[in-house]
Design a protein around this ligand. Sequence first.
Ligand code: ARG
Length: 462
Amino acid sequence: MKEKPWSGRFSQETDALVEEFTQSVSVDANLYAQDIEGSIAHACMLHSVGFLTDAERDAIVDGLGAILNDIEEGVFEFDPALEDVHMNIEDELTRRIGEAGGKLHTARSRNDQVATDFRLYVRDSLEEILRLLRDFLTGLLDKAEAHVDTIIPGMTHLQHAQPVSFAHHLLAYVEMFLRDHDRFEDCMRRLNLCPLGSAALAGTPHPIDRFLTSDALGFDGPCNNSIDAVSDRDFACEALFCASLAMMHLSRLAEEIIVWNSKPYSFVELPDAYCTGSSIMPQKKNPDVAELVRGKVGGVYGGLVALLTTMKALPLAYNRDMQEDKKPVMEGLDTLMMCIEAMTGLVGGMEMNREALEKSLGEGFITATDVADYLAAQGVPFREAHRVTGVMVSDLIARGRTLADLSADDFRKYSDAFEDDIVEAVTPENSVDRRTSFGGTARENVSRMILGARARIEDLGD
Ligand code: ARG
């Protein structure tokens, strides 16, 4: 069995159960690339300040490079007896290069090491998420551009409310995911400080240069306080919160797609490649991708609550509780990435069923508000206009008719403020196009909003 780096103080071997209980390598082996990157930066800094000779630095850098290679080739064996990724890699390095390997841990501890590795890992994941969000936003916008003239029943309480351009509806999601992008970037800004060189918690007597290490790792600077540096996991909580919110947004879109795809609506046709069938009912084509996106939200929220709870009331500085931080974050961020990609494909391949939409727009008195708005524009107080329209709707329901069945004279039976153009005013197209207020659904507005959104999306990532 390999000797533990801390075995000097111990006279008993670690109990097998405790070994299994305390190991984290089954999870944090995922940090191998960041761990090696951090160690190389640390070694180069130790060399710059005169602590390592050229030969020692070269041996460390080459040795770590070779280990990285072996891990990526799948020929490196992580040993749970060595607890975590940090000790596994350092132990192997020392085995391969001898004494120089033992000098690498000067002026650092696993506490600042893991905090650094984890920040680098989350930063890499957020960069990928930002890229996926930009692709998704572009996809949503392309879909919107193709559907400025597609009118759908806008809903409140999941009931017909007012007609809107489908592009306008999609632009609502563009706003949400632009906010998500912004939030992740903001999270990245606070995350991007380097803990390395804080050592266990108090700093180090060695004449190190933390700015050098920070620069080498692409951080904006070293964390200011060595105690905070090793005990802070705000960046992980924030990343998971941002992921939770993005998952919530995805789940709302997923839910709408499920509803639109359900038989009573049939507003959309989903791509076969993004649906699955039933093992018993041959006619079924289920929106499983959307359902799974909706279902996976729970796990991401759960991870956020788990992490917040792990961190709650932890005294400063490092406590082993914090080892539980990685799994929820890794899983949550991975889940979000998959969900964004899946939704990008689903939305991209979604076709609108114009016939079903037209039929649906004819139901539910969806332009009743236009009748009231028409009267209000003629000078009738809106409350009175609302009452008159309500009476009209109630009569039409009793007679099994709709607003589209009425002539101008029919309208005038309810109010002499109606003129001949009322008949035109209650078509879904006119209902949409009259809503020219800023942010409203008029098609000319929506086309302008698409141009604006395109520019905002193109500016992202600069
Ligand atoms: N595996 C540990 C973690 O993930 C690394 C830090 C351990 N530090 C310590 N003093 N036990 O948190």
